[in-house]
Design a protein around this ligand. Sequence first.
Ligand SMILES: Cc1cc2nc3c(=O)[nH]c(=O)nc-3n(C[C@H](O)[C@H](O)[C@H](O)COP(=O)(O)O)c2cc1C
Length: 168
Amino acid sequence: MIGIFYGSTMGATESIAEKIREIIGRGKTKLYDVASTPVDTLNDYNLIIFGTATWGEGGLPDDWNAFISGLDQVDLSGKKVALFGLGDQDLFPDTFVDSIGILYEKVSGRGATVVGSWPVRGYRFDESRAVKNGAFVGLAIDQENQSDVTDERIRKWVDQVIAEFGRK
Ligand SMILES: Cc1cc2nc3c(=O)[nH]c(=O)nc-3n(C[C@H](O)[C@H](O)[C@H](O)COP(=O)(O)O)c2cc1C
């Protein structure tokens, strides 16, 4: 079973989380809103997907506050984590999908193996905390400017993540 944990302010991240769930399969996944989920739920999963938007110029949405501080109490070693994030590259070209980078730093610090890195090709931005060694450390989605390629990006990324999870 794969646990999908998302935090969404306006609902866009939630609908992407639901799409990812449909593609992987409802029976193989469970969906959790981090605003109303105890962090120790992570103990039930070895394969985890985290999804977040970026708010306030480079920050996590408020819905993540309790969960992110709770992560300090959870051992993620031996777990595989894939990350996706939403952002707006035209309005926020210097903090584009920074929250993916914030989650990456947090979960790798807790011992998780992060999978599902994604090329920067096809996006236009100047700076992102989510770029490490020339690639995004998770899937970047831009519903404001590139919603036409979202479904294709999700399908390709999910295939890659399932393979890296060792499920195929
Ligand atoms: C006040 C505000 C600040 C934002 N800051 C950023 C940002 O720093 N970087 C970024 O990539 N996107 C930023 N965005 C864009 C959101 O991440 C994007 O609209 C996202 O789809 C919202 O997802 P949600 O509906 O799940 O909250 C911001 C949006 C708003 C309204």
